[in-house]
Structure formats: C-alpha cells, structure tokens
Design a protein around this ligand. Structure first.
Ligand SMILES: O=C(O)c1ccccc1NCC(=O)[C@H](O)[C@H](O)COP(=O)(O)O
Length: 214
C-alpha cells in the first residue's frame, strides 16, 4: 500500500467504484456539475458511495454551489468532504465548512507561481488545497480536462495545511509528478478514462499500481 493518498475522481458507475476500492484508492470523487460528462445527481452519489467501505473518503465536487444544492447533496450523509471547484472565496468556503460540518477542499487553478502564492488566502478557511491545472478561458469545465501545469512550481512547497496535486495525471506520469512535487495526495480523472466520462477499470488499476510503487 502506498504512503500516498489517491483520489479517483468523477466516478459514475458501481463497477468503477468497485475498481477504485480494490485498487487501494483512499478517496473517490463524485462530480455534481451539469455540464460535466461525469455529472451524477444526489441519488446516484448516495448509491455509489454506499458501495465503498466506510473508511474510504467520499468527496463531492461542486462548482460555486448554492446552499440549497449543498443541503441536498449532504442530506443523506453519503459524502465525507466537499471539493469546491469554482471561484469560491475564502469567506464563502469557510461559511460552507461551518454550515455543512464537512471538511472542505478548495481547488486552486494553477498556471503560474502567483496562483500558488494566492492560495495562502485559504489557509484556515478550508481543510485541503487541491492544486489543479487552470483550464483555458471559456472552457466548459473548470477541471477534469486532462491538463497539467508546471509541477516544478510545487517544489519545496511550504504551506501549513494538507494539499494535493491534480491535473493531467495518469499511470504513465504519476511517479514523475510525485518525484517532482512530493505531493501527499494525488487526484486523477480523465487519465483513468477510455473516453470523457467513461472510467476504465484497467486504467484505475494501473494508476493505483503506479502510485503504490512510488
Ligand atoms: O471532472 C469534471 O468533469 C469536473 C467538472 C467540474 C469541476 C471539477 C471537475 N473535476 C475535478 C477533479 O477533481 C478532477 O479530478 C481534476 O480536475 C483533474 O482532472 P484530470 O486532469 O482530468 O485528471
């Protein structure tokens, strides 16, 4: 078993949740965003989360969510964390954490060093920072596009809170990403798909195996 936490994001079927469990992932992610090919509703999230063991973290990925939506997604207790993947401010993120009583992750869109420096505004407001590649202006999705950023920007990162690396990872490059960044958690979505939104059991297995070897 790897010392690294692994989040397989954008799961939408029982067999791929099962694959993530068998492969040894520590976290699974469910995307609730209508424009995403990975979109799942509250009922689907509850059913999929129920397949995974209790110790596995179940992360709900949302984009600039209203409180009503968060109330719906968290009502059944299926999720163990919320990942904010929009333009939520530190104040909004902190308010969500307080109101819904779940750990809150903030995705930080990264292109330059300044993007990483700006993430310090979230220290104390959220529980984990997920550094992800910035998607181009006008993109349909703020994440899950298989894009990577310059991983050397994270070398020697000194931030007083948990963090993770995301964006363009796959079985082929995960070891290099970990070597460069020393990330304690890595997150993957399209790198374990055969087509947008279609997760591959074989690729999930290969990804977790590659990471476990780090
Ligand atoms: O995956 C999506 O479709 C998505 C849609 C809207 C907001 C966030 C989304 N994904 C967030 C994730 O955590 C992805 O795993 C992350 O962006 C990395 O994706 P990828 O580069 O495809 O591995």
């Amino acid at each position: 078993m790897s010392r690294l936490a692994i989040k397989i994001c954008g799961l939408s079927t029982p067999d791929t949740v099962g694959a993530a469990v068998r492969a040894g992932a520590s976290h699974i992610g469910f995307v609730h965003f209508a424009k995403s090919p990975r979109h799942v509703d509250a009922a689907q999230i509850a059913a999929l989360a129920a397949i995974a063991p209790g110790h596995m973290e179940k992360v709900g990925v949302v984009v600039d969510p209203a409180d009503d939506l968060l109330a719906e997604l968290t009502a059944g207790g299926a999720l163990t964390a919320l990942q904010l993947h929009g333009k939520e401010s530190p104040q909004r993120a902190a308010a969500i954490r307080q109101r819904f009583g779940l750990p809150v992750w903030k995705a930080i869109s990264v292109k330059t060093r300044a993007d990483i420096d700006a993430a310090t505004a979230y220290v104390g407001a959220v529980d984990l920072l997920l550094f992800d590649a910035k998607t181009p202006d006008g993109s349909a999705l703020p994440g899950g596009m298989g894009l990577r950023f310059d991983w050397t920007l994270l070398r020697g990162l000194s931030i007083p809170m948990p963090w993770g690396l995301s964006g363009g990872l796959s079985a082929d490059n995960a070891a290099e990403a970990v070597r460069i960044t020393d990330a304690p958690l890595i997150d993957v979505s399209s790198g374990v798909e055969s087509a947008p939104g279609i997760k591959s059991v074989d690729k999930i297995m290969a990804f977790c195996k590659a990471v476990s070897a780090c």
